[in-house]
Design a protein around this ligand. Structure first.
Ligand SMILES: [Ca+2]
Length: 411
């Protein structure tokens, strides 16, 4: 199809509208920022997507010019709504234009002041993976942070995201890419990645922001796994009408807070019930092992795996952390483990001395330890290991390990 607009014309006539997309804090129960999204307007008045705009600009070597125009338009639109609210403006910087010349120009700082916006109210979104030379990104981040701006790493976790560049940028906010957020409530791997990024953000003093939240289920899980801020169609679609956007978003926030609260309470209750059940099973197993010979254990362990479907496997360690029985597995676990010759249950004499369940018991001198959920190498199931010190007639201070199937995952 013939394109009926040209990029030079759009830039010269500043044929562009800014749409805002709210960024929400559930703790504050409010909109804390708005991302400015740019849309071109063609001669017929139809909107042109940023992807098409930037693609055309690149072909015509107008990327820098277009990017600067977009940022100025964003600032100008923000002036009208910033008033007394503590809103932050999030603007996108086309990271591929960062080179020695643009990094040192101070152009955006001058533009921000000229438009009448305080740098402290502006967050600059950079996509670290698209920068040609990481040194320019580092210089840019240092310079603009010193001037008062917040630095945001956009789309983190996609393309060639890189932890080293994250260290160089030292962002104030990390936006977790929408691909990780989409369907996060149904995917344990995504949950683990999100949890790690949120943990990492916390450790480096940055806020984590979940992008592209579209369902209440995704929001519940993102919140539970530690995301600080949220953005996505669940709250609002981008719009040029900030007044309407604000009231719609506030209504959604109120409902979202209620849902997150219910989800949290329900999860805590289920976790508590599951802990009690695992505790109860463990106590009953420990009681029935009293006075047992080592040679009886294999038969007894098999009985336990049959009697309690939540048990994946059982094994016993000596006081040095060496496994002294075979790993006795449930039938379901054996079926799964057979598929991978690489991942087999630990054999007799395997060393567990560096495993956290043994390590904590030994060095903290405690009687039991219950691990967080982890993915079992043997079956790909989520498990938790309950390790408990028991005395048998022939051996004192053994550590009985029971791997329970976990139904709740990381939250
Ligand atoms: Ca962005």
């Amino acid at each position: 199809m013939q394109q009926d607009w040209n990029i030079r014309h759009i830039i010269d006539n500043e044929s562009m509208v800014v749409h805002f997309h709210p960024i929400v804090s559930l703790k504050e129960r409010d909109i804390v920022g708005i991302e400015a999204l740019r849309r071109g307007v063609d001669p017929s008045g139809a909107l042109v997507s940023p992807l098409e705009l930037f693609d055309q600009a690149e072909r015509n070597e107008l990327s820098l010019e277009l990017d600067r125009l977009c940022r100025r338009k964003a600032l100008e639109a923000f002036v009208g709504i910033q008033s007394s609210r503590k809103l932050l403006l999030f603007v996108n910087l086309n990271s591929s234009i960062l080179d020695a010349k643009t990094t040192g120009s101070g152009h955006f700082l001058a533009m921000t002041r000229a438009v009448g916006v305080a740098p402290e109210r502006v967050s600059i979104e950079v996509v670290e993976s698209r920068v040609s030379d990481p040194r320019h990104l580092k210089d840019f981040s240092v310079r603009y942070r010193e001037a008062g701006f917040l630095i945001v790493v956009d789309d983190f976790g996609t393309e060639h995201s890189n932890l080293e560049r994250l260290i160089q940028v030292r962002p104030d906010i990390i936006k977790v890419d929408r691909n990780i957020i989409s369907g996060v409530d149904r995917d344990h791997y995504k949950q683990s990645v999100l949890k790690s990024i949120c943990g990492l953000s916390e450790m480096i003093g940055a806020l984590s922001l979940a992008e592209g939240v579209e369902t209440i289920e995704e929001l519940n899980v993102c919140h539970q796994l530690g995301a600080d801020l949220f953005q996505g169609y669940l709250f609002a679609k981008p719009s040029a009408d900030f007044g309407a956007l604000e009231s719609d978003t506030r209504r959604t926030i109120a409902k979202a807070v209620e849902s997150v609260d219910t989800f949290l309470t329900r999860t805590l209750r289920r976790r508590n019930e599951e802990n009690k059940e695992f505790e109860h099973i463990t106590q009953s197993i420990v009681r029935s092992l009293r006075g047992s010979d080592l040679s009886d254990l294999a038969v007894k362990f098999s009985r336990f795996t049959e009697a309690y479907p939540s048990i994946e496997c059982i094994y016993l360690l000596d006081e040095k952390g060496r496994q002294i029985t075979e790993t006795v597995c449930s039938q379901g676990m054996l079926k799964k483990a057979c598929r991978h010759s690489l991942f087999q249950p630990a054999p007799r004499l395997a060393a567990h001395s560096l495993k956290n369940y043994y390590y904590y018991i030994k060095h903290l001198n405690i009687g039991r330890y219950f691990t967080d959920p982890y993915l079992s190498l043997a079956t790909g199931n989520l498990c938790r290991t309950m390790a408990v010190v028991i005395d048998l007639p022939a051996r004192k201070k053994c550590v009985l390990c029971i791997d329970f199937l976990d139904s709740l995952g990381d939250y």
